[in-house]
Each structure stands twice: as structure tokens, then as C-alpha cells.
Design a protein around this ligand. Structure first.
Ligand code: SAM
Ligand code: DTB
Ligand code: SF4
Length: 336
């Protein structure tokens, strides 16, 4: 297998074989793929901002922002531009180089496009990569966002097609795929991943990775979230998924998406330093930083500083990391 060539002919059986391998085989292969494509000891940082919180018409069973559930999150108006810019400046000062703006919307309305476009342009002007996650898109909207300077559109598939209807009933998997193709056709890069720990089985996690692998080209970013259980949602009492299962998913993604960002996303707040270290060792090359994700907590600067020190990683910008490995630095021993 060529470790640096993205493949689009993965079968579910192929992906299952990776996912279920002994953990040392799986992680060993993931690290071999990572070493061919990315520098060792480097981690990219992205930061989230909820620009429009709550009151969402969808019924995603995991989400604090759905108007269908009583979660204590109330509907707010779209954030003013100056507050978004101030948050972007803080994110950049904290070392993030991608800024992702999320809205609790079922779909983007035409009347909001100019307002979000202005946010994208202003964030881009701060020297950050831009990402938005705004729900479903109509024709022409992705083009307007691209024109404003949008780099990435986040729209997760969340789980397998078979399990999707157990988590969300107000839209279909095909709706998600349709929005992804609209963003792609406008020349916007894709950020597409999922959530583990929603009561799905291992076969659903394998199915999610298989669906992602069929996207051509692959999503440039693959966020892997551990469910943050939200009281009041149907999934609020879900038992936690094991960190080794997260490691399997991340390592499998690292192999299947050799050139993509694999982001260890939601769920770090409840993990120990050692658990997070395992997930970085499994092949993640990006995290979300900052005290908050969208509506929930995230480890802050102090904990993240200690984590990076423990694993001996440095923060690196996307451009530096996209240059690929520092081969001479990655060979410590001549293994014969
Ligand atoms: N409304 C837009 C949408 O659904 O695409 C954008 C915002 S939505 C909060 C972005 C993503 O966050 C979801 O697709 C889901 O994968 C993830 N997410 C939401 N709530 C979560 C939770 N409690 N735990 C983990 N991930 C979550
Ligand atoms: C993604 O996959 N995870 C992020 C981002 N994309 C938008 C969102 C995580 C949200 C976690 C729950 C919350 O804070 O509301
Ligand atoms: Fe709405 Fe997005 Fe939350 Fe679903 S995940 S309820 S679409 S904000």
C-alpha cells in the first residue's frame, strides 16, 4: 500500500479489518502513515465560536441547541460582527490558526448570507483559516461564502446511514450529502466527521468511516467527536464510549485519510491527560483549543499546555504542517 495516496476504493470489509486489528497493529500502521505525510510532534489548533446559539428546528438527539429538548440553552440572536472579530483575535493570540463559526440553524437563510459573509471576510483578514457550520445550504449560498473567503464548510455525517434515523428524524443522510456536494462544487474544502458514543455499535462507526471514504476527494478535515452528554436530550444519559474505541476510530481515519486533518474534537474535557495522549498517538494531528467548544466546556490553555509538554509536541500552523515530514528529525534509530 502506498502510504501517501488517498484511496477511494475502500470496502467496508477493508475498513473493518483495520478497525478491529490488534491495537498495536492498528496504531503502528496509523503512525507509519502519519510519518510519511505529516511532521512528528506537531499539532494544529483550531478554535470554535458559536455565532448563533440555540432555538434550532432540528431534533439531533445529541444537541444542546435543538428547540425540541429542554436543555437550558436558550435561543440567542446572531452575534454582532465586532464580537466575532474580537473572539477571532483572541483565538489567534492563543495560537489557533483556523477559526470555526457555528450556528444553531437547520439551514442557512438567504437574508443571513451577507452577515455571515462579512464575518468570514473579517476573520480571514486577521490571517486565520475560516470554517463555518451553518446547517443545510441552498444553491448559490456556498459560492457567496467562498467569495467572502471561506476555506472550510463543516457538516458532519455523524454516524452510519443505518443508525442515522435513530439520532435525527428531521433530515436525512442524503440531505447531508447534498449540502456537502454544494460546498464542494463551490470550491470550499470539507470538514466532515462524526460522533462516537451515541449508542451506536462498532459496525456503525466502521460504516461512518466507509461513507466518508467514498467522498471524492476525501474531506480535507475529519473531526472525531466523543459525545458530550447533554442533560435534557435523548442521549443525555448515554454511557461513555471507551477511549480505546476512540483510538481505533482515529487510527483508522489516519490510515484511510492520509492527507486529511484528523481532529480530536469534542469530548476532551472529560478525558485524562493520558487518555488524550493515547488519541494523539493514534494519529490525530489537530485539536480544538479554548475554554469552550460551542455550548460546552473544553480544556483551557493550562491543561493543553501540560498535555503538549507531556507528549513533547509543539503547536504548528497549517502551512508548516502541510509541508510534510521533517524526515531527518523523525529517525532516531537505524532499525535493522
Ligand atoms: N447546525 C449545524 C449542523 O448541525 O451542521 C452546525 C452546528 S452543530 C452543533 C455541529 C456539529 O457538532 C454536529 O454536526 C455534531 O456532529 C457536533 N455536536 C453537536 N453536539 C454535540 C455533542 N453534544 N457532543 C459531540 N458533538 C456534538
Ligand atoms: C465538530 O465536529 N465538532 C465541533 C465542530 N465540528 C462544529 C462542535 C462540537 C460541539 C460540542 C458540543 C457543544 O459545545 O455544544
Ligand atoms: Fe441544530 Fe446543528 Fe444542533 Fe442539529 S446539531 S440541533 S442542526 S444546531
Amino acid at each position: 500500500m502506498a502510504f501517501d495516496l488517498p484511496r477511494h476504493d475502500w470496502t467496508r470489509d477493508d475498513i473493518r479489518a483495520l478497525y478491529t486489528a490488534p491495537l498495536d497493529t492498528l496504531v503502528g500502521q496509523a503512525l507509519a502513515v502519519k510519518q510519511v505525510n505529516w511532521p512528528d510532534g506537531a499539532l494544529q489548533k483550531s478554535q470554535l465560536l458559536s455565532i448563533k446559539t440555540g432555538g434550532c428546528a432540528e431534533d439531533c438527539g445529541y444537541c444542546s441547541q435543538s428547540a425540541h429538548f429542554d436543555t437550558g440553552v436558550t435561543a440567542e440572536k446572531l452575534m454582532p460582527l465586532d464580537e466575532v472579530v474580537a473572539a477571532a483575535k483572541r483565538a489567534k493570540a492563543g495560537g489557533a490558526d483556523r477559526f470555526c463559526m457555528g450556528a444553531g440553524w437547520r439551514s442557512l437563510k438567504d437574508r443571513d448570507v451577507p452577515k455571515v459573509a462579512a464575518m468570514i471576510s473579517a476573520v480571514k483578514a486577521e490571517g486565520l483559516e475560516t470554517c463555518v457550520t451553518l446547517g443545510m445550504l441552498e444553491d448559490g449560498q456556498a459560492e457567496a461564502l467562498k467569495e467572502a473567503g471561506l476555506d472550510y464548510y463543516n457538516h458532519n455525517l455523524d454516524t452510519s446511514p443505518e443508525y442515522y434515523g435513530s439520532v435525527v428524524t428531521t433530515r436525512t443522510y442524503d440531505d447531508r450529502l447534498d449540502t456537502l456536494s454544494k460546498a464542494r462544487e463551490a470550491g470550499v474544502k470539507l470538514c466532515v466527521g462524526g460522533i462516537l458514543g451515541m449508542g451506536e455499535g462498532r459496525e456503525d462507526r466502521i460504516g461512518l468511516i466507509h461513507e466518508l471514504s467514498k467522498l471524492t476527494p476525501h474531506p480535507e478535515s475529519v473531526p472525531i467527536n466523543m459525545l458530550v452528554p447533554i442533560e435534557g436530550t435523548p442521549l443525555g444519559d448515554s454511557p461513555p464510549i471507551s477511549v480505546t474505541e476512540m483510538a481505533r476510530a482515529i487510527a483508522t481515519c489516519r490510515i484511510v485519510f492520509p492527507k486529511s486533518w484528523v481532529r480530536l474534537s469534542a469530548g476532551r474535557e472529560g478525558m485524562s491527560e493520558g487518555e488524550q495522549a493515547l488519541l494523539l498517538l493514534a494519529g490525530a494531528n489537530s485539536i480544538f483549543v479554548g475554554d469552550r467548544l460551542l455550548t460546552t466546556d473544553n480544556p483551557g490553555e493550562d491543561r493543553d499546555g501540560a498535555l503538549l509538554e507531556a507528549v513533547g509536541f509543539q503547536t504548528a500552523g497549517h502551512e508548516e504542517m502541510e509541508k510534510g515530514p521533517h524526515r531527518e528529525k523523525q529517525t532516531l534509530i537505524d532499525a535493522r
